[in-house]
Design a protein around this ligand. Structure first.
Ligand code: CA
Ligand code: CA
Length: 145
C-alpha cells in the first residue's frame, strides 16, 4: 500500500466525503480534495495543475475549489476557480488555511481536511449560496495521485 493509500482509513475518507457533501449543501461551490505523496513544485503551482487535470475549471459558475495536500511534504494549498477570485478579497482563504495549518502541525490531517472543507463551504456560501437546481458537478470522492 502506498503512503497515500494508507494515509487515511476508509472511515476517515468517508468522514471527509461527508464533510464535502455537507459543505456543498450550503453553497453552489464545488469542493474537491486531492492527496499525493510529494511534489517538487510549490504546492499552489501543483494544485493548479491538478485543478485542471481534474477538469475543475468546468463548473458552470467557475466556483470549484481544490484542497491539495502533499502527504509526505506536509504541504497544502487551496486553489479556487476564476469565478471565486473575481469576487473575493485576496485574503479570502486565510481563515481556512489557518484552521488547517493548526491541525496539520499536530499531525491531525483528517480533522484538518474536514475543518478546512467545512470552513471553505462557510466562506463560499456568502458569495455562492446553494441553488435550488443545484447539481453535484464535481465528484466528492477523494482524488489520489
Ligand atoms: Ca453543486
Ligand atoms: Ca461535489
Amino acid at each position: 500500500m502506498s503512503k497515500v493509500e494508507s494515509f487515511l482509513s476508509k472511515a476517515d475518507e468517508q468522514h471527509i466525503i461527508e464533510a464535502i457533501r455537507a459543505a456543498e449543501k450550503a453553497t453552489s461551490g464545488e469542493i474537491r480534495v486531492h492527496l499525493e505523496q510529494t511534489t517538487s513544485l510549490a504546492p499552489f503551482e501543483r494544485a493548479l495543475e491538478v485543478f485542471y487535470d481534474l477538469k475543475m475549471n468546468e463548473t458552470q459558475d467557475q466556483n470549484g475549489v481544490l484542497i491539495y495536500l502533499a502527504v509526505a511534504d506536509k504541504k497544502f494549498a487551496i486553489c479556487g476557480d476564476k469565478g471565486i477570485n473575481q469576487v473575493v478579497d485576496e485574503d479570502f482563504w486565510d481563515n481556512t488555511k489557518n484552521i488547517m495549518t493548526q491541525h496539520f502541525k499536530n499531525n491531525n490531517f483528517k480533522q484538518g481536511l474536514i475543518d478546512g472543507i467545512l470552513e471553505s463551504g462557510e466562506q463560499l456560501k456568502k458569495y455562492f449560496p446553494y441553488q435550488d437546481h443545484d447539481s453535484d458537478e464535481l465528484s466528492n470522492e477523494i482524488s489520489k495521485g
